[in-house]
Write a protein that binds this ligand. Structure first.
Ligand SMILES: C[S@@+](CC[C@H](N)C(=O)[O-])C[C@H]1O[C@@H](n2cnc3c(N)ncnc32)[C@H](O)[C@@H]1O
Length: 360
């Protein structure tokens, strides 16, 4: 089952070859270049251009010599040529292992367009009545597509509900505690961009292993938080946010939540080299709590940051129903109970609890 990747000189071709080599799958690289850098990593062969007379004969010989049974052609015209070659030759011993990226992008659009109307209806349903009627399927599909380009631990239902409720956030700061690479932050920024308000966004994350350790987990699982280079995660967050952040309206604090809150309470301005200076009001209109999931940590985040909520604010507790522990659920239930008549409504979506405070 050897796969021939032709041409191997494109990013998609190189990615396919590297993945196959990592999995231990037999793979052959070919391109029409005089030298292809992938030759340093894979078994590479030169094939003529598809426009050359000798192409079919050279391809037949390569396939026969290496027992090739599968093809991956990551360039649209080469894919079209090889599709025609298979039809012309009637070969049954060869098949494409996947389609060219162009066709995969079309298929992705078709799948997203199929799902987007139901997601749009969901976003409108969870939003405050009448505040999300302007949302169209392309808004939801577009925001989700970009968000899923960022690694993250928030998924479709929660992110769609976020888009809905963010259409009715009152004036004030939008704060997220726990961002990782910025998937939910990407939704936060893009969803706010659909409104006519200018809520400044503050993201807090320590991006630090010891801070992220969840002691309620078995030691082997808790240790997973330490076993990585968090500075790369923090840098990746910055890169992910650059295209979305509006000057003066976005910043982040690379601090543990409690230290960040002390800073926020003391000084309403946050400055970073990359995002400049952002002035905050000190009053929070939207709060997403998605940091350490130990009960004590969630309760601390809740008690510190919800002390600044404005009437009508939204609070989102991530992982209200968490498969690995009851911390977020308990902290959220206590919050709702303590709100009493200040609780306007709450709903559960995609594992998170969304809570809206009364307008007065
Ligand atoms: C579950 S991830 C966040 C997922 C993200 N919201 C998303 O959509 O992909 C939790 C993040 O919280 C951060 N974190 C954990 N404890 C923290 C603390 N005490 N203060 C600040 N950040 C913390 C971790 O560094 C990690 O990036």
């Amino acid at each position: 089952m050897t796969t021939l990747v032709f041409p191997s000189s494109t990013p998609a071709g190189r990615d396919y070859i590297r993945d196959a080599l990592r999995r231990g799958e037999p793979v052959l690289a070919a391109s029409s270049l005089a030298h292809d850098a992938i030759a340093a990593e894979a078994d590479w062969h030169r094939l003529p251009s598809i426009h050359d007379d000798g192409f079919d004969a050279a391809l037949d010989a390569l396939i026969a010599a290496h027992g090739v049974t599968r093809l991956y052609a990551p360039v649209t015209l080469v894919y079209a040529y090889l599709r025609d070659y298979l039809a012309r030759t009637g070969r049954r011993d060869l098949a494409f292992v996947r389609r060219a990226p162009f066709y995969e992008a079309i298929e992705a659009q078709a799948v997203e367009a199929r799902d987007a109307p139901a997601l749009t209806a969901f976003a409108r349903r969870v939003a405050e009545p009448g505040t999300a009627d302007h949302l169209q399927p392309a808004h939801i599909a577009g925001i989700l597509r970009h968000a899923f380009g960022v690694f993250g631990e928030s998924y479709t239902d929660k992110l769609t509900a976020l888009i809905g409720v963010l259409q009715s956030v009152p004036a004030g700061d939008a704060v997220e505690i726990g961002a990782l690479f910025g998937r939910s932050t990407a939704v936060l920024l893009q969803a706010l961009n659909l409104t006519d308000r200018a809520n400044p966004v503050l993201v807090v994350d320590a991006w630090h292993g010891q801070t992220a350790v969840q002691t309620s987990l078995p030691p082997a699982l808790a240790a997973a938080a330490i076993d990585m280079d968090w500075s790369l995660v923090a840098d990746s967050f910055d890169v992910n946010m650059v295209p979305l952040a509006r000057p003066g309206r976005f910043n982040r604090l690379r601090l543990p939540s409690a230290e960040a809150f002390a800073r926020y309470a003391r000084d309403r301005r946050v400055t970073s080299d990359l995002f400049g200076t952002t002035a905050y009001s000190g009053r929070i209109a939207f709060l997403h709590i998605d940091a350490n999931h130990d009960y004590d940590a969630v309760a601390q985040d809740r008690d510190l940051w919800t002390s600044r909520l404005v009437p009508g604010a939204w609070v989102v507790f991530d992982d209200y129903a968490w498969s690995h522990g009851g911390g977020p659920g308990r902290a959220a239930d206590e919050f709702c109970a303590a709100l009493g008549a200040r609780l306007a409504r709450s709903f559960y979506a995609g594992g998170a609890l969304f809570v809206r405070l009364a307008d007065r």
